[in-house]
Design a protein around this ligand. Structure first.
Ligand SMILES: NC(=O)c1ccc[n+]([C@@H]2O[C@H](COP(=O)([O-])OP(=O)(O)OC[C@H]3O[C@@H](n4cnc5c(N)ncnc54)[C@H](O)[C@@H]3O)[C@@H](O)[C@H]2O)c1
Length: 353
C-alpha cells in the first residue's frame, strides 16, 4: 500500500498563479494571513525559533529550518538557504527554499512545494497585513531600499491595499534600480518610479520597505536622517544575529512590532532594543487593532524576520489550489513495505510448495 506525496515544482506553482491570477492570489494570501494570525493560538500551534547552519565556505551563506506544529494536524517545515552571492555569481535567487508538510497521525510526507516564490509572496503579504494596521490609510508614496527579489512582492502586496502613486528606489547596485520597472511590468500599475537617495526616501515616503542583503555587522543602512512624522517601515532584511538595517535612534522613536518576538530579539531589529522598548508582536497587533490605531500618525516599524506561520499559510493555500485545479504530481516517495515489520520484504522470493 503506497502513500502519495503531492509535489508542486516551481513550474506547478507558476501554473497555479497563472490559473488563479496574480492579484487574486495576493489578495487571498493577505486575507488568509490576516485571518490566521487573528485566530493564532500558541497552545494549538507550536512555533519554535528557527535554527540552522551558517558558514563562509564555499560562499558566505546559511541554510535554516523553520518548523510549525499545528497540533493534531500537520508539521510544516521550510528549509531555506540565504546566499547573497547567488545572483551575481550563479545567476540564482539569493533565497532558495522548499516547504514540506507532514501528517502528524502517521508522519507521512503529504506535500513538498517550491519555497522560492512562496517565500517572496508570504513576506509581501505579511508586510501588507502589518502596514494596513500601522501605516496611514492615505499612504501613496512607497520607498524601497534594496531592489531585489523581495522588493517586487513588497510593492505588489502593498499596492493591493494602498493607492500607491509613486515608488522611490535605492539600491547599491545601479542595475537593480534600472531593471525594476521591467521586473514589475506584469503588475500593470500606473505608478511613477524614481531612483532616489536613502535621505530622499525617508523624507518623503509614507511607507518604506528595507529589503537589503546588507552584510552582518555593517548596518544600519543610514544614520541621523530625518523621516516624515508618520512613516511606517517594513524592515525585511534584518533576519540574522548582527544583521540590522535601521538605526537605534529611529527604532526608539517608533512603535516597533516584531513578527515573532523571541526570534526578532535574536535576529531582527529588536536585537538592538530592550524588552520595554518593543511594541506588540504581529499577532498582538492584529488581535488588538483598535488599541494601536493611534500609531498610524507616528513612526512605526514592522520588524519582519520571517515567521514560520506565514510559510504554513502560503503552503496550505497552494496545496488547496493545486487540488482545485488538478495541478502537481502525486508520487510515492516513502518506501512502504507490504509487511510493516520487514523493510526487506520487497526482496522476499515467492516460494511455491
Ligand atoms: N523577513 C523575511 O521574512 C524575509 C524573507 C525573505 C528575505 N528576507 C531578507 O530580505 C533581504 C533581501 O532578500 P532578496 O531575496 O530581495 O535578496 P536580493 O539579493 O534579491 O536583493 C537584495 C538587494 O539588496 C541590495 N543591497 C545590499 N546591500 C545594500 C545596501 N547597503 N543598501 C542598499 N541596497 C543594498 C543588493 O544590491 C540587492 O539588490 C535579505 O536580507 C533576506 O535575508 C527576509
Amino acid at each position: 500500500m503506497g502513500m502519495k506525496t503531492l509535489i508542486l515544482s516551481g513550474n506547478d506553482v507558476n501554473k497555479i498563479v497563472e490559473t488563479y491570477g496574480l492579484n487574486n492570489l495576493m489578495d487571498t494570501l493577505i486575507k488568509r494571513t490576516s485571518d490566521s494570525i487573528k485566530s493564532y493560538d500558541s497552545e494549538k500551534t507550536e512555533i519554535p525559533i528557527r535554527s540552522g547552519f551558517n558558514y563562509e565556505i564555499n560562499d558566505p551563506g546559511l541554510v535554516e529550518w523553520m518548523p510549525v506544529h499545528k497540533k493534531g494536524d500537520e508539521v510544516v517545515i521550510k528549509v531555506v538557504g540565504y546566499h547573497p552571492r547567488n545572483p551575481q555569481k550563479y545567476d540564482l535567487p539569493t533565497i532558495l527554499s522548499t516547504i514540506s508538510s507532514y501528517d502528524t497521525t502517521t508522519g507521512h510526507l503529504k506535500g513538498l512545494v517550491d519555497g522560492v516564490l512562496l517565500t517572496a509572496l508570504r513576506t509581501g503579504a505579511a508586510s501588507a497585513v502589518a502596514s494596513k494596521l500601522l501605516a496611514k490609510d492615505s499612504s501613496s508614496i512607497l520607498g524601497l531600499i534594496g531592489c531585489g527579489a523581495q522588493s517586487v512582492t513588497q510593492l505588489h502586496a502593498l499596492s493591493r491595499l494602498f493607492d500607491i502613486k509613486k515608488v522611490l528606489l535605492f539600491d547599491v547596485d545601479e542595475t537593480a534600480m534600472s531593471s525594476f520597472s521591467n521586473r514589475i511590468a506584469m503588475l500593470d500599475l500606473s505608478i511613477e518610479i524614481v531612483a532616489s537617495s536613502i535621505e530622499g526616501i525617508l523624507n518623503t515616503s509614507d511607507i518604506v520597505c528595507t529589503e537589503t542583503s546588507i552584510d552582518v555587522g555593517t548596518g544600519p543602512l543610514f544614520n541621523e536622517l530625518k523621516t516624515s512624522e508618520h512613516i511606517h517601515i517594513n524592515a525585511i532584511g534584518s533576519d540574522f544575529p548582527g544583521k540590522v538595517e535601521l538605526p537605534l535612534d529611529l527604532l526608539k522613536q517608533s512603535l516597533v512590532c516584531p513578527d515573532f518576538l523571541e526570534q526578532a530579539k535574536i535576529e531582527g531589529e529588536c536585537q538592538q532594543l530592550k524588552d520595554s522598548e518593543i511594541g506588540p508582536d504581529l499577532s498582538g497587533l492584529v488581535k488588538n487593532a483598535e488599541t494601536y490605531a493611534y500609531a498610524k500618525n507616528q513612526r512605526t516599524v514592522f520588524d519582519s524576520t520571517g515567521w514560520a506561520l506565514e510559510d504554513q499559510i502560503v503552503m496550505d493555500l497552494f496545496l488547496d489550489l493545486a487540488t482545485e485545479f488538478g495541478i502537481g504530481r502525486e508520487i510515492e516517495v516513502e518506501n512502504i513495505s507490504e509487511d510493516a515489520k520487514n523493510p526487506y520484504n520487497f526482496m522476499l522470493k515467492t516460494v511455491s510448495v
